[in-house]
Ligand binder design. Structure first.
Ligand code: G6P
Length: 596
């Protein structure tokens, strides 16, 4: 996720351009850049680092039109030459992009053969060269449309044209809104970009384009037809708008899950990157801290099930001092931030012991990427709330993609399983959306759970790590003491604590362990604990044992946990809200833990 902006209007507009970018920094902050036209010259200023850092070093020139970008790297490390905007070879056009171009390698190869010279490792740069190829100097809209016709993926772009002093914007599965001011027009990934200047907006839909200049704006569809768009007035304050109208970043990020999963799926996490023989390994280790450890534990079930390789999930702080020889081990380090000190130390140690090491991280160019032999990115976009939400769902999606691709190489996954899983993944984003669109049942049980001071979460198999993660979310942000347990372990201790004051959140989505879960729920009920049941639609057998039920869409048993955990995150959120807790910044916790 990145932030893009375009502006045309007043003289001396560089401060406005920087202010707009600053407002979008929540979408990315590892590099920034702007391009403006002054005296018919095209200026490009960009660097790694924040918008403020760039602003403090550039020379301000007088201009009234420009574009800008604040980056969250997905393709190409966060370095100056990979920062947007990018110029075409003739230096007549500048482009900023938000999204992922899936077929950029083939497009780039073709363009290079035709003589185009590239300055970055990004996928985005191909777009400006493609536009250059089709642009004769008079009809930019047409050239952009032709270029985008060849691009596969998701994008919102802004293109600045030096000669004609205009900007063309276009969107496909990435956001772009138009702001209409008095004698000025704004383009932005999100409304906060321009809300200080105007509250009049035109929402662009997918596959729509806009041309803005000092003469005004025109909107078109991808077939070239002019569209009449309604100008709407929005009533939010800037503060509301930065969170996209959500009260907290956590809620906003939960609602970004369908999009984040789509981006992870699009990024094609592929085992071929590893260039290793998977038959060389006797075992796989999955390592992480906190939420990332829970993703590792989910991965253990997944890898053993799909790959038939002994797999262990380990907590980073526990394996960092291991002394075992590891030349037979493939080790994955899962870390959203890529900066967690214990995970970095564990990666260093296991590499020293001979393991082949891979990182799964959300932050391009983070420290973990320098400590491992290979890197997979989750592409979930920046996460601001301390409690991890969308990044967890992206981690388990990436693990699944890895397992599927390694399984294919090893010949462990049958064609029918592959088809089932592919179909399951295809509907995952819409099923996640369904849970988010129908949050009432979750809100209702949250009001109940908020009344207690202790809770257990139980699950079996794939749902055991999900129970752990659900309990972690609850304790982190609502301060209710919560423990996740394998349901079969209840009888070895926790049953002694169960009573009407200790509710149990039971995760009993449908799989081969479902009958056993029904038995465990009956055990709980016999101790008078209130039961909050997460079950799957079509399988209500356990519902009558529960005091409260949240039904979630049923998918493949490997994929359903992504949906269940989203509902559990939402429940933790509403419990914390009910208890008036500081949701985005829980006491004593930090987003990135760089101490040991
Ligand atoms: C902190 C955060 C957690 C996170 C953990 C690991 O404790 O509060 O949300 O799961 O660190 O972070 P990582 O960036 O390594 O995934």
């Amino acid at each position: 996720m990145c932030g893009i902006i375009g502006y045309v209007g007043r003289n001396n507009c560089m401060p406005i351009i920087f202010d707009m970018l600053k407002r979008l920094e929540y979408r990315g902050y590892d590099s920034a850049g702007i391009s403006v036209i002054s005296d018919s010259n095209l200026y490009l200023m960009k660097d790694k680092g924040t918008v403020d850092a760039l602003r403090s070093v550039v020379e301000f020139v007088d201009c009234s039109i420009g574009i800008g970008h604040t980056r969250w790297a997905t393709c190409g490390a966060p370095l100056k030459h990979n920062a947007h905007p990018f110029l075409d070879c003739k230096k007549e056009l500048a482009l900023a992009h938000n999204g992922i171009i899936e077929n950029y390698r083939e497009l780039k190869d073709g363009l290079m053969r035709e003589g185009h010279v590239f300055s970055s490792e990004t996928d985005s740069e191909v777009i400006v060269h493609l536009i250059e190829k089709y642009y004769t100097g008079s009809n930019l809209i047409e050239a952009v449309r032709t270029a985008l016709g060849q691009v596969r993926g998701s994008y919102a772009i802004v293109v600045l044209d030096r000669r004609n002093k205009k900007i063309v914007g276009a969107r496909h599965e990435s956001p772009l809104v138009l702001g209409i001011g008095k004698n000025e027009i704004f383009l932005s990934s999100d409304i906060p970009g321009f809300l200080r200047h105007t509250n009049k907006v035109v929402y662009l839909n997918d596959n729509e384009m806009v041309e803005i200049s000092h003469g005004g704006y025109s909107v078109y569809d991808f077939s070239g037809h002019t569209l009449q768009k309604e100008v709407k007035e929005i009533q939010w304050t800037i503060e509301d708008a930065e969170k996209g109208g959500f009260e907290h970043y956590m809620l906003k990020e939960i609602y970004e899950i369908p999009r984040a999963v789509q981006d992870t799926l699009r990024s094609r996490v592929d085992a071929s990157i590893l260039e290793i023989d998977f038959n060389d390994f006797e075992r796989i280790l999955l390592i992480g801290c906190g939420t990332s450890y829970h993703a590792a534990l989910y991965g253990k079930y997944l890898f053993e099930n799909l790959l038939k390789v002994p797999t262990h999930a380990e907590i980073s702080s526990e394996v960092r001092n291991s002394t075992l020889a590891m030349s037979d081990t493939l080790a994955f380090f899962i870390t959203q931030s890529g900066e967690t000190a214990d995970t970095l130390a564990a990666a260093r140690n296991l590499r020293r012991l001979g393991a082949t090491t891979c990182a799964i991280t959300n932050v391009v160019g983070s420290s973990i990427t320098r400590e491992t032999d290979a890197v997979f990115y989750t592409h979930a976009g920046p996460e601001i709330s301390v409690a991890a939400t969308k990044t967890f769902v992206s981690q388990i999606t990436a693990l699944y993609m890895l397992a599927a691709s390694v399984g294919e190489v090893r010949g462990e996954i049958s064609a029918s399983v592959k088809t089932d899983l592919r179909n399951a993944l295809r509907v995952l984003p819409s099923e996640l959306q369904k849970v988010l669109d129908n949050a009432e049942p979750v809100k209702n049980v949250s009001r109940e759970l908020a009344k207690y001071e202790n809770a257990f979460y139980i699950g079996r198999g794939y749902n055991y790590p999900i129970a752990l993660e659900g309990a972690l979310k609850l304790k982190e942000i609502s301060y209710i003491h919560a423990e996740g347990y394998p349901a079969g372990e209840l009888k070895h201790g926790p049953l002694a604590l169960l009573c009407e004051k200790v509710p149990v959140v039971a995760i009993a989505t449908y799989d081969e362990l479902y009958p056993k879960m029904i038995g465990n729920i009956a055990e709980v009920k016999a101790r008078n604990s209130p039961v909050i049941l997460f079950s799957t639609e079509n399988h209500p057998e356990a519902n009558e044992l529960a005091d409260f039920v949240v039904e979630i869409p049923e998918n493949h048993q490997i994929i359903t946990p992504a949906i269940t955990v989203t509902a559990l995150q939402l429940m933790a959120y509403y419990v914390a809200k009910e208890r008036n807790c500081p949701i985005d910044k829980p006491r004593n916790l930090a987003k990135s833990v760089t101490v040991e």
